[in-house]
Design a protein around this ligand. Structure first.
Ligand SMILES: NC(=O)c1ccc[n+]([C@@H]2O[C@H](COP(=O)([O-])OP(=O)(O)OC[C@H]3O[C@@H](n4cnc5c(N)ncnc54)[C@H](OP(=O)(O)O)[C@@H]3O)[C@@H](O)[C@H]2O)c1
Length: 351
């Protein structure tokens, strides 16, 4: 079988670094192009010593050009900031190269919502209708037919997977959904930035982005689709002193005040029994970020508060693997006709 030749733009970022790690052991994908403006000219193995002696280590980092991508690649991963991917994707698609975009540029169906939350005009709105939201648990069939994948955001992945079963089984009200999420610092990217310096983050805990975090409309879009009604929800992220991981605690009003935890748990198991990556924990257990570190797993713990008639869902993922690079590989597997989980069967290093 011929290898799928892939390029990666944004190789020096945290999401690009994680993707390079996954591609080095992927059985059918070969990294043939790696791009960065700052590090072009270096051998990949020199820039990332962890890749030395592994497939891809001899690739020379280059400045992105659509011509190089057209000549070398079947598919390109864009691990660049929002606003940059929408300038690159049209040229790649015109050249016949498939695109998996890590940024938010193609995630929101409504151009106006994008422009409001991201504060810039959308320059490739003609592609919004053909982009497929790359959450394989919900859209695997559409992903397999697509040429442009909008890889979901990290917080939205944890929240949407956490709420899917509750929505599908009509357990919760669309009103008053509260989402309280915590992320490690790699979620903020690798570019030096004062608020994410070690001494600002270590031994500290803080909320940020209240009422205006950009992942809010993305979560609302997908939960509205699942509940088939417009949903406005509260989303508050926090920064915790760890490198990787997201833990989202989600509160939703139960439609049936007499609903029991056992029934909710049965619904969740019904939804996820065939899923390779969503693990519904046994009753009484709550998930921890360390058990999903570096993996595709989303672990879900459940509680029902009989006093407040609320369902409480705790959902954990690894932001870099499940929330970015691993999910991108899963999408690339699907659009290349490969098994969904090819190259993604990692277990977490526990300490
Ligand atoms: N970190 C996460 O947990 C996470 C999770 C989900 C999605 N994402 C998304 O993935 C993308 C990358 O995130 P990240 O955390 O890896 O960011 P990052 O660490 O800041 O890396 C950004 C990368 O993009 C390149 N880049 C920056 N500006 C560019 C430009 N104008 N043109 C071309 N390349 C440019 C940088 O390399 P040069 O400056 O050398 O070109 C670098 O390799 C973002 O869209 C982010 O929202 C990240």
């Amino acid at each position: 079988m011929e290898a799928i030749k892939v390029g990666l733009v944004g190789i020096t970022g945290y999401a690009g670094m994680e993707l390079a790690r996954l591609l080095a052991v992927h059985p059918s994908m070969q990294l043939v192009m790696a791009c960065s403006r700052a590090e072009s000219g270096k051998r990949l193995g020199e820039y990332y010593p962890f890749l030395e002696k592994l497939p891809g280590c001899d690739v020379i980092i280059s400045q992105f050009t659509p011509e190089e991508a057209q000549a070398k690649c079947d598919l390109v991963f864009l691990a660049v900031p929002a606003g940059k991917a929408m300038k690159m994707a049209p040229k790649l698609l015109q050249a016949g190269v498939k695109v998996v975009d890590f940024s938010a540029d193609f995630r929101l169906l409504d151009q106006g919502v994008y422009e409001e939350w991201y504060g810039m005009p959308h320059e490739a709105q003609e592609l919004l209708s053909q982009a497929v939201y790359g959450l394989p648990e919900l859209y695997a069939e559409k992903i397999a037919q697509a040429k442009l994948i909008a890889n979901p955001g990290c917080y939205p992945t944890s929240v949407i997977l956490g709420l899917t079963a509750a929505c599908q089984h009509d357990l919760i009200s669309p009103k008053n959904i509260l989402v309280d999420s915590k992320s490690g610092t790699t979620g903020a990217g690798r570019k030096p930035n004062l608020p994410t310096l070690f001494s600002e983050v270590a031994d500290n805990f803080r909320a940020y982005g209240l009422v205006r975090h950009r992942h809010t409309p993305e979560i609302e879009q997908e939960i509205s689709k699942l509940l088939a009604t417009p949903v406005t929800l509260q989303f508050t992220p926090h920064l915790v002193p760890m490198n990787r991981g997201i833990l989202s605690t989600i509160y939703a009003d139960l439609k049936d005040p007499a609903m029991t935890l056992e029934k909710v748990w049965d619904c969740y198991n019904e939804t996820w029994k065939a899923s390779p990556w969503v693990r519904v924990l046994p009753l009484g257990k709550l998930p921890e970020t360390r058990f999903v570190r570096g993996t595709m797993f989303c672990d879900i713990g459940l509680a029902v508060d009989k006093r407040t008639k609320r369902l409480i869902i705790v959902s954990v993922i690894d932001n870099l693997c499940r929330g970015a690079a691993g999910q991108a590989v899963a999408n690339a597997n699907l659009i290349s006709g490969r098994p969904l989980d090819e190259g993604l069967s990692h277990t977490a290093p526990l300490v």
